[in-house]
Write a protein that binds this ligand. Structure first.
Ligand code: F6P
Length: 342
């Protein structure tokens, strides 16, 4: 059996660890051969592929990024997309696909299995941790680590200058990174997409922090928005899944805080530093286990499933369950953090 592997959407630390585990177990224990498709679904459309054997995955466990590339290509946006995928699979003699991706990439896999009978097994990936049906996605822990370290550093320089420092983190629709890094880093306000924020209330928190002789640090998701206002976007153009480019809300908020409180306020945007570089030990562990279990699902012919973390167990769930709704931050968790605001 020959199995194709692709990594779609934004990259994320741990992708190479999944690829390595899939190839190691697939070759050693199941006698499979592997083909890596370049740049997510684009490789299936264009027929760009490379063989993946044990030698080619040597040493990649701690490497950030993905050795087979990633892109946000949506093959279903092309009229002949499914036919081109079928042609590529036939030409490369590939019998099944392991699709490593987030909501968009796995949404395509789900459609390909359910409507077109193309055998896919899913592996959940995203630093945003917003996929349903799994407790965690790999990449999230690394991103939270990067963001927490940044918040720690911002506290000391904020205090030296007695200014507000706003730290903008990734998180398009969900505030998981902001919530976890904000709690871990002792942020004085955490603002997430799930809860539109009141600028005056945020300014009140800033003032109360200064009254206690400390300079506040605010952690804000790129997708957060004020209760009266809109999402801040970089440009209005969209990718092939219809997403606009976010970022800018941190700067906007710093401007409002400065204008309304008179305290100097600056912004740090962490951006892709949260996605790049070596995965944390937890992400290596999770990604490796996901890879091992995904290749077993292929062996079992259990297509249309995605591997998922439930507690400490890796289980199989329908891909459809993972992509049906986004996993957002529940009110109860957000409110838990409120005791530290201001
Ligand atoms: O989907 C993961 C993510 O990191 C989001 O948090 C962010 O909005 C987006 O990707 C950025 O994508 P790109 O690198 O394509 O601009």
């Amino acid at each position: 059996m020959r199995v194709g592997v692709l990594t779609g959407g934004g990259d994320c630390p741990g992708l190479n660890a999944v690829i390595r585990a899939i190839v190691r177990k697939g070759v050693q224990e199941h006698g499979f051969a592997f083909t890596g498709f370049r740049d997510g679904w684009r490789g299936l459309l264009d027929g760009t592929a490379r063989p993946l054997d044990i030698a080619s995955v040597h040493g990649i466990l701690p490497l950030g990024g993905t050795i087979i590339g990633a892109s946000r290509t949506n093959p279903l946006a092309a009229e002949d997309g499914v036919d081109r995928i079928r042609e590529t699979l036939a030409r490369e003699d590939v019998d099944a696909l392991v699709v490593i991706g987030g909501e968009d990439t796995l949404g395509v896999a789900n459609e390909l299995v359910e409507r077109h009978g193309i055998p896919c097994v899913g592996v959940p990936k995203t630093i945003d941790n917003d996929l349903s049906a799994t407790d965690f996605t790999f990449g999230f822990d690394t991103a939270v680590g990067v963001a927490t370290q940044a918040v720690d550093r911002l506290h000391t320089t904020a205090d030296s200058h007695m200014r507000v420092l706003v730290c903008e983190v990734m998180g398009r629709h969900s505030g998981w990174i902001a919530l976890h890094a904000g709690l871990a880093g002792g942020a004085d306000a955490i603002l997430v997409p799930e809860r539109p924020f009141d600028v005056d209330q945020v300014c009140g928190w800033m003032d109360s922090r200064f009254r206690a002789s400390h300079a506040p640090v605010v952690v804000i998701s790129e997708g957060a928005k004020p209760s009266e206002g809109d999402l801040v976007v970089k440009d209005a153009s969209t990718d092939s899944f219809g997403h606009v480019r976010l970022s800018g809300i941190g700067d906007w908020l710093a401007g409002e805080i400065e204008a309304r409180t008179g305290h100097e306020a600056r912004t740090t945007v962490l951006g892709h530093t949260q996605r790049g570089g070596t995965p944390s030990a937890f992400d290596r562990w999770l990604a490796t286990r996901f890879g091992l279990h995904a290749v077993d699902a292929v062996r079992d012919g259990d297509f249309g499933t995605m591997v998922a973390l439930h507690g400490t167990d890796i289980v199989r769930v329908p891909i459809a369950d993972a992509v049906a709704t986004l996993k957002t931050v529940p009110d109860v968790l957000y409110e838990e953090a409120g005791v530290f605001f201001g």
